[in-house]
Write a protein that binds this ligand. Structure first.
Ligand code: OAD
Length: 248
């Protein structure tokens, strides 16, 4: 990867950085993305699996799918891309991660300020009394039930649902005030999450996209870096450290 020196200089001099991430950053951890050739939504129908009415109609089916996804997430490990973003905290004062991913891998990699726009698959709650559960319930057969008798559901955002207000508001604030905004491994087509990109742009941030291919947002950014985030991001960390004469 060769990134022009003036870009490295611009990045190195940034004050406040946001990483807006999507499924692509976790692809190298073995978690499938949603769109593209091998994407989940190419094989399964979102309206049958990621939708509240579908859940109420057939909670066991939806749970079967989520148990499968939970198993994938549990056995996955943060990859070099997640770790490089966490490492940025040792270089810059303000590093914020805004993610559409529900896999918890940024946290497991050591990132501290994370806003999860689409929830977290390792958290669950009762649809009736709203009590929260981690995974401290019987995941055996069918759909798990709360002590109040209500159905327990994963704490993820389904189609047609609102995003968690506090996470969205905090993400919006960080996007508005940052001077450097990375868009990593997302197709950028799902709203309102993707509005973070235009918020950052309209407030003057320098936008850098890291993706294996061009996306809907490529025409908006200042710089597109083509490649896998697990390779690009560690190289970027090294280049910034070299520029700042920091030790690895
Ligand atoms: P997508 O599946 O739409 O996009 C993944 C992006 O990652 C694509 O642009 C790929 O080119 C890119 N990509 C794949 N592997 C990569 C790699 N190793 N390095 C860099 N880029 C890579 O996933 P999202 O944009 O996250 O929402 O999808 C947004 C939302 O749509 C998800 O949060 C989910 C889904 O429906 C909900 O479930 C509410």
């Amino acid at each position: 990867m060769t990134i022009e020196n003036d870009v490295i200089k611009r990045i190195s001099n940034a004050r406040s950085i946001v990483f807006f991430t999507g499924a692509g950053i976790s692809a190298e951890s073995g978690i499938p993305t949603f769109r593209g050739k091998e994407g989940i939504w190419n094989k399964l129908r979102p309206e049958e699996l990621a939708n509240f009415d579908a859940f109420m109609r057939n909670p066991a089916l939806v749970w079967e799918w989520y148990k499968h996804r939970m198993e994938i997430v549990h056995s996955a490990k943060p990859n070099a891309g997640h770790l490089a973003i966490a490492e940025m905290q040792n270089i810059f004062k303000e590093v914020t991660v805004i993610t559409q991913n529900v896999d918890n891998l940024h946290r497991r990699a050591g990132s501290k300020t994370i806003y999860e726009l689409h929830g977290n698959i390792e958290r669950n709650y009762c649809v009736k009394c709203k009590k929260f559960y981690n995974e401290d319930f019987d995941l055996g057969g069918g759909a798990p039930k709360c002590s109040c008798g209500g159905l327990i559901r994963p704490d993820v955002v389904w189609f047609g649902e609102f995003l968690p207000e506090d996470q969205f508001a905090a993400g919006e604030k960080a996007s508005r005030s940052c001077d450097l905004f990375f868009i990593v491994g997302t197709s950028g087509v799902v709203y309102p999450a993707a509005s973070m990109i235009t918020i950052a742009k309209n407030n003057g941030a320098y936008l850098i996209e890291i993706n294996i291919e061009p996306t809907e947002v490529s025409s908006l950014v200042n710089l597109s870096i083509t490649g896998m985030s697990g390779e690009i991001l560690p190289n970027l960390v090294k280049a910034i450290k070299d520029f700042r004469n920091m030790k690895d």
